[in-house]
Write a protein that binds this ligand. Sequence first.
Ligand code: TRP
Length: 332
Amino acid sequence: MEQQKKRVFSGIQPTGTFTLGNYVGAVRNWGALQEEYDCIYSVVDQHAITVRQNPADLRRQTRETAALFLASGVDPSKSILFVQSHVPAHAQLSWVLGCFCPFGDLTRMHQFKEKSAKHPEDINGGLLTYPILMAADILLYGTDLVPIGKDQKQHLELARNIAQRFNGIYSETFPIPDGYIPKVGAKVMSLQEPEKKMSKSDTNANAVVRMLDEPDVIMKKFKRAVTDSDNCVRADETKPGVTNLMSIYSACTGKSFEEIEREFEGKGYGDFKTAVGESVVAVLRPVQDEYHRILADKEYLDDILKQGAEKANAAAAKMLRKVYKKVGFLSL
Ligand code: TRP
């Protein structure tokens, strides 16, 4: 008998622009994951409005994020790709789950504390209940695995707690989801302050390579990358800049650190930085081309999102029905 594939759910907010770090650490795994797992990918626009968004920008970025999923290899015939607000069950389940989540657990979340410190003029209810909606995203599809970065670990933990509490009260309903750490994936650091992670929101443009940066911009950023004065390509704790560039080069070419050290023996940082930049361009270019092609064909993209919403709605409605029944909502 064929064993059922494990289910993966991942949600991406349609805000900001993806970086090389996002690509190496997450985005490039999206396509690969669908071979082994039953994947559901969602553009989580409802999460995005916990911070004030310009409506036209949000609409545009929702399409752009979906296009990026597709350009990165997500195949709509293998995976479900949809926009969160197209599936009302997320908000509906979120209400129910909220009634199984202690208030104190929400106020303890790092991200809530950080975001409310950053936007003191708008500490809204959505910012606080954000992790409940995320729990609904995950639990609605009986998810087994959630690919997440470190910053979302606490939110996943909360989803697990809610699921366990609900199962304990009403009998087995939700599988308990685990985090998924990709097998390959280097951590990419800032090109200007290599002790810091490369961050979407860094205000120093030279520190961050964006997935959609033009080739000449990428090359320029690598030429300006911070290194050291030793002019020797070698991975070492005392050489965070060079080590970061090596790890990027390794992620883009598949070469090991030893191979890279050998390749650049006797050569200076100039040659090395050019090679790193070119390797990044070579990896990102096909994704960028595909992205632009998809975005230009609005009809095609919207059609995929429509079909995705239909499939997601069908799966989500089943779980929601089960939950409504368990808590005692009258069905007619
Ligand atoms: N909170 C996640 C983030 O900001 C996005 C997200 C929403 C998500 N729902 C999810 C991630 C469900 C994984 C699973 O990155």
